[in-house]
Ligand binder design. Structure first.
Ligand code: SF4
Ligand code: SF4
Length: 231
């Protein structure tokens, strides 16, 4: 946690509609032993953000739910004594939370222009650029993976009418398999893949990225088949 965040009351966890990926939801579900329906809300797709999916012909997106007693606060925001607020799922928080308040501007790490805290809290001369760059790239990569998962669902015309529980089950199975593939590849190789997926350094890196994305497509196709055969 940055020094700025340590003394802040989690302003960015208030009044913000946090759009997440299926990979985020899968990670949180697994770590917290929750069902998607306990912390995810679905809402209309917005022009930005990953993975719009079709239910009943309408495009939807996944968002973090809000606290039942405080509609402004994220469902995972802990309210501690002394007006201190902290993320209750820090290690598994969505990538979009982990990269906040940074973004890429012309390929460089930069402060977002719409941040909830004071820009002066962030001394860009002292931030750890490789840390933020790595997080931003992972966020983009996982968003891309989730985009593929949702696209395959949409292209398949949402099997059997495509209910929300079916979509959640499909997403879960896809990310079970994608994460297993990620483990097989190994951390170092996967880190390289993430670092170079948009700007491959050589032909072999390009081939590794293509191969992984082809595996993801294959996983989606297989899981759609399983989904269809169960209905
Ligand atoms: S990113 Fe900004 S608003 Fe969010 S906790 Fe840190 S200092 Fe506060
Ligand atoms: S998941 Fe954590 S960091 Fe993200 S909005 Fe909720 S409380 Fe804040």
């Amino acid at each position: 946690m940055s020094d700025a965040c340590a003394t802040c009351n989690g302003l960015c966890c208030y009044d913000v509609i946090v759009r997440i990926t299926g990979y985020d939801a899968w990670r949180i579900k697994r770590a917290q032993a929750l069902e998607f329906s306990q912390f995810v809300t679905i809402g209309a797709d917005t022009p930005t953000g990953p993975g719009a999916f079709l239910i009943d012909g309408e495009r939807h997106a996944l968002y973090l739910g809000k606290n039942a007693e405080n509609a402004r606060a994220c469902t995972f925001l802990m309210h501690l004594p002394g007006e201190i607020r902290r993320c209750g799922i820090y290690a598994e928080r969505p990538r979009v939370c982990a990269v906040y308040p940074m973004t890429f501007t012309n390929g460089s790490v930069a402060l977002r222009s719409d941040i909830r805290c004071e820009a002066s809290n962030w001394n860009m001369a002292t931030i750890t650029y490789p840390y933020w760059r790595r997080n931003l790239l992972e966020h983009l990569f996982e968003s891309h993976l989730y985009g593929l998962v949702a696209e395959r669902w949409n292209e398949s015309s949402a099997p059997s009418g495509g209910t929300l529980p079916q979509y959640y089950a499909y997403v879960e199975r896809c990310f079970d398999a994608i994460d297993a593939r990620r483990s097989e590849i190994g951390k170092e190789s996967f880190d390289n893949l993430v670092l170079h997926w948009q700007q491959a350094v050589d032909e072999s890196a390009t081939a590794r990225v293509k191969s992984f994305l082809a595996d993801v497509e294959g996983i989606c196709t297989l899981e759609l088949t399983v989904c269809s055969s169960k209905t």
